[in-house]
Design a protein around this ligand. Structure first.
Ligand code: ZN
Length: 325
């Protein structure tokens, strides 16, 4: 049993330490995006392909990326990765991008290899933390956010602290059921939010509709949502309707969150959130339909502003959350 580390409060504008430099690394399945964040600004950036899949090679590659960004071992490193992450022990329990990794002590290994303190965080948690410290939700102490990427992730910040749950797995907001007995999901459930609101889910919606919209999934299904948003921007009613449906599913899921937690700041981040203007009104309307008026009143749905750098800023933010005031 590992005692949880005492992480001080985060997410408050002007938080002590928020100007301190840190390195943020977004470890994806194919790319490593890393940056030196100083005073809330990206001072330097490196983007490299993942050179090999085995743990030793990745640790060595990450250490060399860190060395390119800073030679100061006092600067902490935040590392964001997909999967089930135990941030308390900086361990990857399971990773969709690196299936052979099981209970891999990535944080400790990278700390030894690089000479820096390393803090490992789930990628969606990191993005929402980043939006709370550096991005659109600056100043809000309680934030619930959805990362609409290939799948749908989530992060929950309560009273200035990331809520990780009793076993470190909280925030799996993409696997909340929105369609009973709907599409099967890798998690074992059916009808999960991510099967409709993530890039893969939207591609499946298009395929089910048939031509012409299904052609947007060719040749790269993960790119279909972006192309659909271009169509919607040109006024295509079917494309607009699909994003409105995504918004209704998000509103349905978020209603349970608002009823449970009474949070008033919701953030949408990730590639699909590029269609924010089409998604958010339907999400807001659904939220109002499914909650007490007194609870939905004042709820803000915000579009994450960190964009392609959200992972880097989020990872950097996770070091601020770990540092003493
Ligand atoms: Zn699921």
């Amino acid at each position: 049993m590992v005692a949880p580390s005492a992480r001080p409060s985060v997410g408050i504008e002007g938080q002590p330490g928020s100007a301190r430099p840190s390195v943020g690394i977004d470890l994806g399945g194919t790319r490593i995006k890393a940056g030196l964040v100083v005073d809330g600004q990206l001072a330097a950036e490196r983007v490299v392909g993942v050179a090999a899949r085995d743990p030793d090679a990745i640790v060595a590659q990450l250490a060399s990326v860190i060395a390119e960004l800073t030679s100061d071992p006092a600067i902490p490193v935040g590392l964001a990765a997909a999967g089930v992450i135990d941030a308390r022990t900086s361990t990857v329990r399971e990773s969709p991008n690196f299936p052979s990794w099981k209970d891999f002590s990535l944080g400790a290994r990278l700390a030894r290899a690089s000479g820096h303190r390393v803090y490992l965080e789930n990628d969606a948690n990191a993005v929402i933390l980043g939006e709370a410290i550096y991005g659109v939700a600056r100043g809000a102490s309680s934030v619930v956010g959805y990362t609409l990427g290939t799948g749908v992730g989530g992060g929950i910040l309560l009273g200035g602290r990331l809520w990780r749950g009793e076993r470190g797995m909280a925030g799996e907001l993409g696997h909340v059921t929105v369609v009973p007995d709907g599409r099967p999901c890798n998690c074992g459930n059916r009808g999960c939010l991510e099967r409709y609101a993530g890039q893969v889910g939207i591609a499946e919606t298009l395929l089910a509709l048939g031509p012409p919209l299904s052609r947007l999934t060719d040749p790269e299904p993960s790119d279909a949502a972006r192309r659909l948003s271009e169509l919607a921007a040109h006024g295509d009613p079917d494309a607009i309707a699909i994003f409105a449906e995504v918004g209704r599913f998000l509103g349905q899921a978020a209603a349970a969150v608002v009823l449970t937690l009474d949070v008033t700041t919701l953030v949408l981040a990730g590639g699909v959130a590029g269609a924010f203007d089409l998604i958010a009104p339907a999400m807001q309307a659904e939220l109002e339909r499914r909650t007490f008026r007194s609870m939905s009143d004042g709820v803000r749905i915000l579009h994450g502003t960190l964009g392609a750098h959200a992972g880097i800023f989020g990872a950097a933010a996770s070091t601020l959350a770990a540092l003493p005031d």
